[in-house]
Design a protein around this ligand. Structure first.
Ligand code: ATP
Ligand code: LTN
Length: 331
């Protein structure tokens, strides 16, 4: 029997090159080898302010981007998180196997809450990792492919699962992370100490999967580097290092090969070459996206996520029932 893989992305904007290289591209590569479940984490996305109309559109666009990147709806279970109410219900149960101090130590919470006014940080943002644990544990996932930024959330999922199991019996499988080295951490083009993120307030910080070629090249030209003017893979040149990483991921060349390729060339040439390579890769995704993004395809898309939710419920419903019984509820 194939192992189960599960992962999700928040529909908090158009997906970025970081989401693609750190997550989606890897999902596509493994879709034949595992039983894969990929969802749109809409419940997670409202932990920061969303405009309802934009969110609604972004959920549909995220489904289309999943497909445009190469996920096959016949091979994978593709669904929208809120369509399977068991996620929220298990999240509530697991809140009671999680401690405040553990949530206070989550770096994503610290980072995201620091960007907001102190008295308007939502309880949902604090509780985000518990809902994520519920997502994973509902399906007895063996492996969870995510970028490096989610490592801490996976660790706490394992802790919560073990704690629940030791109190109530052997209910949950303990999942493993699946973080591939390449692309695991693509940094912001404007501040290479921060990860590239689709909700960044500065659009020059990220490459969106739907950016036009000229926009992509412009953003790479504006990318923050340094005054060395030498293409070297070194932590002392984090901006350049990030661009080398991106170029390596796209072309399959090693960092040393990239250094050689641009020996003697200035940052100008280097940035434009990286931009062009990225634009060429994204052009294929964009062409597929345009094809999907037409009124005739609405029913097909609905069918994809409705069937996905139906398949997801086949596992989620009995699992939640098992949990309810274990904690003593009358079912
Ligand atoms: P937001 O800006 O709303 O927080 P995000 O762009 O950071 O969103 P998520 O929806 O939180 O993205 O993450 C989706 C997936 O993409 C996760 O597996 C995450 O690890 C991965 N990912 C996100 N950003 C990057 C990045 N910069 N580099 C590599 N992987 C990333
Ligand atoms: N927190 C994740 C998105 C997410 C997720 C999940 C990923 C929500 N639930 C379950 C894997 C498994 C993020 O990438 N920011």
């Amino acid at each position: 029997m194939k192992q189960t893989i599960l992962s999700g992305i928040q529909p908090s904007g158009i997906l970025t090159l970081g989401n693609y290289l750190g997550a989606l591209r890897n999902w596509v590569a493994i879709q034949n080898d595992y039983d894969c479940k990929y969802f749109i984490a809409d419940l997670h996305s409202i932990t920061v302010t969303q405009d309802p109309k934009t969110l609604h559109e972004n959920i549909k666009k995220t489904v289309m981007q999943y497909l445009a990147c190469g996920l096959d709806p016949d091979k994978n279970t593709i669904f929208i998180q809120s369509h399977v109410h068991e996620h929220a219900e298990l999240g509530w149960i697991l809140n009671n196997s999680t401690y405040m101090g553990e949530m206070e130590r989550m770096t994503q919470f610290k980072d995201k809450s620091a960007k907001q006014k102190k008295d308007s940080v939502r309880v949902g943002l604090f509780d985000y990792p518990v809902l994520m644990a519920a997502d994973i544990l509902l399906y007895d996932a063996d492996l969870v492919p995510v970028g490096e930024d989610q490592r801490q959330h996976l660790e706490i999922t394992r802790t919560i699962a073990r704690r629940f199991n030791s109190q109530y019996g052997d209910i949950f499988k303990i999942p493993e992370g699946y973080i591939s080295e390449a692309g695991a951490r693509i940094m912001s083009l404007q501040d290479p100490s921060k990860k590239m993120s689709k909700s960044d307030s500065n659009p020059n910080a990220y490459i969106s999967l739907l950016d036009a070629k000229d926009v992509i090249i412009k953003k790479f030209k504006k990318a923050v580097t340094d005054s060395e003017n030498v293409v070297r893979y070194s932590s002392e040149q984090p901006g350049v290092q990030n661009l080398i990483n991106i170029y390596s991921c796209i072309t399959g060349k090693t960092a040393t090969e990239v250094e050689k390729e641009f020996e003697g060339a200035g940052y100008g040439t280097f940035k434009v070459t990286v931009g062009e390579a990225v634009a060429d890769t994204l052009a294929m995704i964009q062409a597929k996206y345009e094809e999907l993004n037409s009124p005739e395809n609405e029913d097909f898309l609905k069918d994809v996520y409705a069937k996905g939710a139906e398949r997801a419920r086949l596992l989620a419903t009995p699992k939640l029932r098992q949990v309810y019984e274990a904690v003593g509820f009358i079912v």
